[in-house]
Design a protein around this ligand. Structure first.
Ligand SMILES: [Zn+2]
Length: 396
């Protein structure tokens, strides 16, 4: 599966593809992307490009290349990741392909899992033992008392037991956030409310956000309704991890607060649709229309969208999420930004990830068709490269 170990000055030339260097540039057809070790050296039209004779050539005629994709809302909490240190490398590698790399994902943000376990998973990838994406994680996340489903329900959902710290007030939130940050998480995740019991007040978000921001890390919120979103935004969180279709359309007060605070949104449209699958068609349609309306209203304000699906809680194929984002009025270019430049900027990697340019890390997704013509093309990668290495190659 991997290319041979990189020797110094090893070149790879991706030849013949149409490339989207960024969501705003015009595509380059019949191109060459020249990679040296883990970085992109140059990009351009084939007729104008030279590359060393010793370069390994990957035939990319009729294929389309974008920067490697990000899913900014995933969970490594399914039972298949439990005791990750003892999963044989070939099986672990296949699991990562099934979930992520076969769809072109090279970076993910895990927003709730057992931190010690996810850290080990990341370690096996980063050491080079297992091909896989770059993983960031919030670890367990902070929850209000009695917010998590029982162990029995988690078991039925296929999810590991999650020892998330319960917080009821600001001092507890600050202490729990600090403990996770000290353990090395990349962000803090807060669940805004429990099914029964009062929602967390603004000052609880504020206390956790102050701790995270002091460490230069972002804060995600899982809201259950529009008032959760408003309290979280006013308390200083950075990423709204879901739309909230069960509480009706987002009003102007909420949208302008979100815009003013420059938060980002992971829409997770497929998730709500999936949870409604046992309900009456009219109820399903109402939820789908409401979530699409919320995303449309957010886009209209110029707000930032980070592609995110709550992966692990939904099926792995992202096709439906792309289709629903398109129904909300997002163009291919806007969807591509949500998958590349927007998360790279939001998470501090805009200098090396999210675009195809000289000096950038060679994280690339290579598709069978041009997704600008057919959005579904984004769901079938032919190759996925991270740091110049092929981490997924389609069969045949
Ligand atoms: Zn989630």
């Amino acid at each position: 599966m991997n290319t041979p170990p990189n020797s110094p000055n090893q070149y790879t030339a991706l030849v013949g593809a149409t490339i989207y260097t960024s969501p705003t540039e015009e595509p380059i057809s019949d191109s060459v992307v020249l990679i040296q070790n883990e970085k992109i050296v140059s990009v351009g039209h084939r007729a104008q490009m030279q590359f060393p004779e010793t370069a390994h050539v990957l035939d990319c005629f009729d294929l389309t290349i974008t920067a490697g994709l990000w899913n900014s809302h995933v969970h490594f909490f399914e039972r298949k990741w439990a005791d990750v240190a003892n999963i044989p490398a070939p099986e672990l590698s296949r699991q990562l392909q099934d979930m992520l790399t076969k769809y072109g994902f090279t970076s993910v943000f895990d927003t709730g899992s057992v931190w010690e376990n996810t850290r080990r998973l990341r370690g096996r990838i980063d050491s080079g033992e297992i091909p896989g994406p770059k993983i960031r994680s919030t670890g367990e996340g902070l929850v209000p008392p009695c917010a998590l489903p029982s162990d029995q329900v988690l078991g039925m959902m296929g999810v590991m037991k999650l020892p998330a710290p319960e917080i009821a007030d600001a001092p507890q939130a600050a202490a729990a956030a600090r403990k996770l940050l000290d353990a090395g998480v990349d962000a803090i995740k807060i669940f805004a409310s429990a099914p029964r019991g009062a929602p967390l007040p603004e000052n609880v978000f504020q206390a956790a956000a102050d701790e995270a921001h002091r460490a230069n890390k972002p804060v995600f919120v899982h809201p259950n309704n529009a008032s959760d979103v408003l309290a979280a935004v006013r308390g200083g969180v950075d990423i709204i991890a879901h739309t909230t279709p069960h509480s009706g359309p987002w009003d102007e007060t909420l949208l302008s607060a979100m815009r003013e605070k420059r938060v980002a949104l992971t829409p997770t449209l497929t998730l709500w649709k999936y949870y409604m699958r046992h309900d009456r068609l009219s109820a399903q349609e109402k939820v789908t229309n409401t979530e699409i309306g919320q995303l449309r209203a957010w886009i209209a304000t110029g707000g930032t969208v980070l592609f995110g699906t709550d992966l692990g809680a939904v099926e792995y194929d992202p096709s439906e999420e792309y289709a629903l984002m398109s129904e909300a009025g997002m163009t291919f270019r806007q969807i591509l930004a949500s998958l590349t430049t927007a998360p790279a900027e939001r998470f501090g990697d805009a200098h090396k990830l999210g675009r195809i340019a000289a000096g950038f890390q060679a994280d690339l997704a290579i598709f069978q068709q041009d997704p600008a013509i057919n959005l579904r093309a984004l769901s079938s990668a032919k190759y996925t490269l991270r740091a110049g290495k092929i981490i997924y190659r389609a069969a045949g």
